[in-house]
Design a protein around this ligand. Structure first.
Ligand code: ADP
Ligand code: ZN
Ligand code: ZN
Length: 723
């Protein structure tokens, strides 16, 4: 018998299926990991197929050396998924398979947790009366049977216990145990569903894809939990994805309280050992509900009844490092394979998903009001240019300071949100609010400090950095945004007695940092929490009555066709933190572009109006969902090589474009906006084409890339981030 094997290595030359002979005395199955000889080395590989014959000289085929585990680590569904992803995304097979396993498994760094237990031997001789400690241990074990070695040793001393073990009075047993992540403990709290929630739960009942559009505070989590419960009752399993930053202790505790030991968790806060053990619990069917961030979409749950993607619009669902994939696409595959339900939930669905709901591809389920019937917080837009002209040069507008003072006096809480996305920034005139946009693409230009140039990330055009505003002639040009530290400092000056907490990448980097800050905030009144995107979602604090948004425009002027959509989403999410219990909340939104249409729709919570406007714009300008953007990125240490290989590929794509003249909206080759990362030069081919023949064109483009390039080549479809 012969096995087809994928070698677990990155090299492009190894990205295919190799054949090996299965020794007569070895039992193997598809999906198992084995060690095989390769050249002069022994390498790890995955068995993807077993056959009677092999395609070349049977005598020369080398044998498999040994098995790594005695079970198939890659299940059948995942092998199918691998093929699908390889075809759709042109990823290397080994790099896909790796997504399916905890990295600990491949590097062998994590040892299994072995716990030693002690108990009395069936027959033994009583220790002499002089050995008091030993007698105590015997007495203790007579009463308590099997106990942890470490506990008994702590209670009565290591020497006495060890002496008993040596004499054979006490037997030691080793038990393999699984490490479990820590939880905040919470009481199980099953709420009676509101009629809207009940309607949602009732209508999400078929094996289809549903878009659950529910305003912030409409109680989507409770709906998810009910849907999951129903699947458990039917003997099925459930997978729920949440953005990493909303995997808050509160959410986790809630799920643990509801589903007990059925829940497994996958998130970045776990230790390597915990992650490995959670994966095993899922793999062997002990955990039936998985809650996790993006990578959990690959977890080996069998018999899936439902997949839920909460905050489905979040860009973190698109992996931007290699291998690059889109979680929605994988979820659709698994839904189809398992013939189960997929729920995409959001208060602000992505334009792409909502379009599909309108077109009938997804089933739309709506929850337009908050659970407690509270009105949505009132959003007040403050024009910072006017503030400045009236002599206020501070970070905070006068109305925001006034409202903060109110909160402090009432001993309530406020959140100040600082809108910071990525590292790039735009330049803006402080007098008239002008922001430079690309003459060809109508997206904002990004300022690159190193070259002192403005660049368009879609077409690569470069422009002189602003020193005089082309619109009003002012020299007062500002770039970049204020940071969280600055804001905290200013707040201290205004409110020296009030506790001010900061939550950003710096303050949450240590384990549990996140949890400690939130717990302190929860228990302090009055208090102000200052933070970045991290505070934008998921949190449910009843005493937060005010939200301040500093620099709302920051996300508006990212060079990105989704930047306006993102701004709308952010404002809605952040505002959703206020007024979640008895009192209506208030939001102060500070901007330099108060007349931008996004604020008009956002302040009225008019998602549908916004959607109409935005989707029309996309249609007219040929952006997704009405067109597809493909970027092919080449990178290599040698700039000549990468430039040349990229150019060669471009010439081939140009030929494809000639066949599809009517489809192509745009095609060009250029240096990537960030031309060099980690000493590798980066060049890219950017293109945009209409949808009618998109799949056909995409396939030809994939095929046009030479397999033997020295550069690394990556494909991205409708990328989120063009750097
Ligand atoms: P969303 O995710 O839609 O923003 P949440 O799921 O966070 O909303 O729910 C908002 C609040 O309403 C939470 O405090 C939650 O505990 C509460 N809640 C949800 N459903 C009910 C219900 N049926 N009865 C009472 N309170 C509820
Ligand atoms: Zn451009
Ligand atoms: Zn100006």
């Amino acid at each position: 018998m012969f096995a087809k094997i994928i070698i677990d290595q990155d090299a492009k030359a190894l990205d295919k299926v190799f054949e090996y002979q299965i020794p007569d005395d070895m039992q193997v199955a598809v999906g198992e990991r084995v060690i095989v000889p390769f050249g002069s080395r022994n390498l790890q590989g995955f068995i993807v197929d077993i056959c009677d014959s092999c395609s070349y000289d049977e005598d020369k085929v080398k044998p498999i050396l040994q098995k790594i585990e005695n079970f198939s680590v890659i299940k059948k569904e995942m092998l199918e998924l691998m093929k699908y992803m390889a075809e759709k995304l042109h990823l290397k097979l080994a790099s896909i398979l790796r997504l399916f396993l905890p990295s600990e498994m491949r590097t062998d760094k994590v040892k299994e947790l072995v716990v030693r237990y002690v108990k009395l031997a069936p027959e033994f001789e009583m220790p002499s009366a002089r050995a008091g400690k030993q007698l105590q241990i015997v007495g203790f074990l007579q009463e308590n049977q099997s106990q942890k070695f470490a506990d008994v040793s702590n209670m009565f001393g290591y020497a006495a216990l060890n002496a008993l073990v040596k004499k054979g009075v006490v037997l030691v047993e080793e038990n393999q145990e699984l490490r479990a992540p820590a939880f905040d403990v919470m009481k199980k709290d099953v709420k009676k569903l509101t009629p809207l929630q009940q309607r949602a739960v009732d209508s999400i009942c078929e094996n289809k894809t549903y878009l659950l559009h529910g305003v912030t505070g409409s109680g989507k989590t409770e709906v998810y939990m009910n849907l999951i419960e129903r699947q458990l009752e039917r003997g099925k399993t459930a997978l729920m994805l949440v953005p990493e930053i909303s995997l808050t202790p509160q959410v986790l505790a809630n799920f643990k309280a509801r589903f007990g030991d059925n829940v497994a968790l996958i998130h970045s806060g776990l230790s390597a050992g915990e992650r490995f053990d959670e994966w095993k619990r899922i793999f062997f069917g002990q955990a039936k509900v998985v809650v996790g961030a993006r990578s959990a979409i690959f977890c080996p749950l069998e018999n899936l009844g439902i997949i839920i993607i909460d905050e489905e619009h979040e860009q973190s669902y698109i992996s931007e490092s290699n291998p690059r994939y889109d979680t929605h696409m994988v979820a659709e595959f698994r839904r189809n394979y398992n013939d189960c339900t997929l729920v995409l939930g959001s208060a602000t669905p992505s334009i792409e998903s909502y379009s599909k709901a309108i077109d009938g591809e997804f089933q739309l389920v709506e929850m337009p009001v908050r659970v407690n019937g509270m009105e949505m917080p009132k959003i007040v837009v403050i024009d910072m240019l006017t503030e400045m002209q009236q002599g206020n040069n501070q970070i905070f507008s006068i109305p925001l300071i006034y409202e903060l003072r109110n909160i402090v006096e009432q001993k309530k809480q406020a959140m100040i949100f600082i809108n910071r996305r990525g590292f790039s920034s735009f330049q803006r005139c402080r007098q008239c609010g002008y922001v430079a946009t690309c003459t060809d693409c109508d997206v904002s230009l990004v300022y690159h400090r190193f070259e002192d140039r403005l660049k368009c990330h879609y077409c690569g055009k470069r422009f002189k950095a602003l020193d005089i505003c082309p619109s009003c002639g002012s020299k007062d040009i500002k770039q970049g945004a204020v940071g969280t530290e600055r804001v905290v400092e200013e707040l201290h000056k205004l409110f020296p007695e009030v506790r001010i907490l900061r939550m950003d990448n710096d303050t949450t980097s240590k384990k549990n940092g996140h949890r400690e800050i939130l717990n302190e905030f929860k228990n302090t009144k009055p208090a102000i929490l200052v933070g970045t995107q991290m505070i934008a979602k998921g949190h449910d604090f009843e005493d937060v009555l005010l939200v301040g948004i500093i620099d709302a425009d920051q996300s508006l002027y990212q060079s990105d066709f989704r930047s306006i959509e993102r701004t709308f989403q952010l404002i809605t999410q952040v505002s959703g933190r206020a007024g979640r219990s008895e009192k209506q909340g208030r939001v102060i939104l500070q901007t330099y572009s108060p007349r931008h249409y996004v604020y008009r729709f956002a302040t009225n919570y008019d998602y549908k109006g916004f959607f109409k406007k935005e989707v029309n714009l996309r249609k007219v300008t040929n952006f997704p969902p009405y067109a597809r953007i493909v970027r092919i990125l080449f990178s290599h240490e040698n700039e000549n090589i990468v430039a040349q290989e990229c150019k060669l590929c471009y010439n081939k794509v140009k030929e494809i474009k000639e066949q599809y003249q009517n489809e192509f909206v745009y095609l060009d080759v250029m240096k990537a906006p960030l031309n060099k990362i980690k000493n590798k030069f980066r060049y890219q081919i950017m293109m945009r084409f209409k949808l009618d023949k998109a799949d056909e064109i995409e396939k030809k483009i994939f095929e046009s890339v030479d397999e033997k390039t020295k550069s690394s080549v990556f494909f991205e479809i409708n990328p989120n981030n063009l750097s």
